[in-house]
Design a protein around this ligand. Structure first.
Ligand code: MN
Length: 239
């Protein structure tokens, strides 16, 4: 049996056309599911619910979890801040469910991979904080919203020696894509395991369980060191 990997979808709307008003829809970039399949896992999508027991019941179906990203930000209140002018759109229903399913996974030692906004949520869940806008708050930072295709790298990241991430990717430096305007400021109880040349945090992990967050989108990149992240998740998810 392949390990079942729950993936959190984005929430959006269908395009309206005459006689067909826009309707809410779940959205998932196929690359996430393809990466889980390529790594030997069976992906399932986790729809959102306000029911208090739903996140735990959804997690109970899963051997591992991928918290994905999207074009939205985490409410500043969740990390003890107030929203500044550069804060992007919020998706509070999505974030609330993701936070609860992530919390349940961490409590049950179910392996977790947080991708992009999913890494930021992992940091916040572990007591960390975020820069609400890199350009605004980190003078001299690189452009972390690359103009080129995210299937190609945007900048380098140095992998911290001795980290779990270092053992997974087997390299001390990798090329990553970059499509984020926020970043982890303080990683809380997590440790930082990859750093961009401008010192922006690019990955975090917990030392004592498989909870890894990466600021880039490994599922979009071709190198085997990127699929290795999904492989590590699926391997740890095997019962
Ligand atoms: Mn970046």
């Amino acid at each position: 049996m392949r390990p079942v990997i729950g993936i959190t979808p984005d929430v959006g709307q269908s395009n309206a056309r005459p006689g067909r008003p826009a309707t809410a829809q779940y959205e998932l970039k196929q690359a996430y599911a393809d990466a889980v399949l390529a790594a030997g896992g069976l992906p399932i999508v986790l729809p959102y619910s306000e029911d208090a027991s739903a996140p735990q019941e959804a997690l109970d179906l899963c051997d591992g979890l991928v918290i994905t990203g999207g074009a939205f930000d985490i409410p500043a209140e969740l990390y003890g801040a107030q929203a500044g002018a550069r804060m992007g759109p919020l998706k509070p229903g999505r974030t609330a469910f993701e936070q609860r399913v992530l919390r349940a996974a961490l409590a049950a030692d179910v392996p977790v991979l947080g991708v992009c906004g999913g890494m930021q949520l992992l940091a916040v869940e572990l007591g960390g904080t975020l820069f609400q806008d890199i350009r605004d708050e980190v003078p001299g930072a690189l452009d972390h919203e690359q103009r080129n295709d995210p299937r190609e790298p945007g900048h380098k990241a140095r992998i911290v020696a001795g980290s779990e991430l270092a053992s997974v990717v087997g390299k001390s430096e990798i090329e990553v894509n970059s499509t984020h305007h926020q970043a982890v400021k303080d990683a809380g109880r997590a440790r930082i395991c990859a750093i961009a040349p401008d010192q922006i945090v690019e990955a975090i992990e917990l030392p004592d369980q498989f909870a890894l967050g990466v600021q880039w989108h490994p599922e979009l990149l071709a190198g085997s060191e990127h699929l290795a992240l999904y492989r590590a998740l699926v391997d740890r998810a095997r019962r």
